[in-house]
Design a protein around this ligand. Structure first.
Ligand code: UDP
Length: 236
């Protein structure tokens, strides 16, 4: 039996890159979708927020020298592209996926309407929330916290490259150890990177637990959903 009925999975755009320098790597997206399919087969309702960093970020790369809000809208459009790719791959894998956008782009994807998203989830469809929060100066981490709270997800699953929150950067300090659980307050006092500050504050205020885990570790997503010791649980 899964430990959760409804989850919000936050994937960074970079999770789709595989070993490529940018964009979407076919084998990687297929593998991630396989893992998502396994979790839905357990009866878990899955909503997804995907980033856009593999295509465009409002604060880096090609955006340097641009008006920040304009660059951020480009970043949001990048998340729409990733959402379409993800939903297409899910539909091909036999899942039923729906993309809902926070910005009006109706010829491409339907707009985000909360009751409709809830209905899709109850019908067992996977809902992909595109275009972040729909506002510049925010990130898709914040969109994950926001949508997670709105849909009553029991947990935000933040998929990263590292398999949890460590006492120090494990790439720099070999003696660093992984926290199994840590409170929001302790993570803040110790200045540990869980997600960006706005997203962190929102989850903390809403008492929405966050699980940090590695999407590159096969089976990790399933382990998290089954309540196994995987990644780090950040709790109130
Ligand atoms: N973005 C935004 N508002 C949001 C979410 C995203 O303006 O609510 C823009 C921002 O420019 C950001 C880009 O979209 O850099 C891609 O999102 P993010 O950096 O969160 O993607 P990730 O790092 O998860 O791939």
């Amino acid at each position: 039996m899964p430990a959760y009925q409804r989850i919000l999975l936050k994937l960074s755009g970079e999770a789709l890159m595989g070993d490529d320098a940018f964009g979407i790597n076919r084998a990687t997206i297929v593998r991630i979708v396989d893992e998502i399919a396994e979790v839905t087969r357990l009866g878990v309702q899955v909503a997804i927020v995907i980033g856009g960093g593999n295509i465009f970020r409002g604060v880096a790369g090609g955006s340097v020298g641009m008006d920040r809000a304009t660059a951020d809208y480009m970043g949001m459009l990048a998340t729409v592209m990733n959402s379409l790719a993800l939903a297409d791959t899910m539909n091909k894998a036999g899942l039923v996926a729906r993309v809902m956008s926070a910005i009006g782009i109706e010829q491409v994807v339907e707009p985000y309407v909360r009751p409709k998203a809830l209905q899709y989830l109850e019908e067992g469809k996977v809902v992909v929330f595109a275009a972040g929060t729909g506002n510049p100066f925010f990130t898709t981490d914040t969109a994950a916290a926001l949508r997670g709270a709105e849909i009553g997800a029991e947990m935000v699953l933040k998929a990263t490259k590292v398999d949890g929150v460590y006492t120090a950067d494990p790439n720099k300090d070999p003696s660093a150890t992984r926290y199994t659980t840590i409170s929001f307050d302790e993570a803040m006092v110790k200045n540990l990177q869980v997600m960006d500050a706005t997203a962190f504050a929102l989850c903390r205020d809403q008492k929405l637990p966050v699980k940090v885990f590695s999407i590159f570790k096969p089976g990790a997503l399933r382990n998290v959903v089954m309540g196994a010791d995987e990644g780090t649980l950040v709790h109130v």
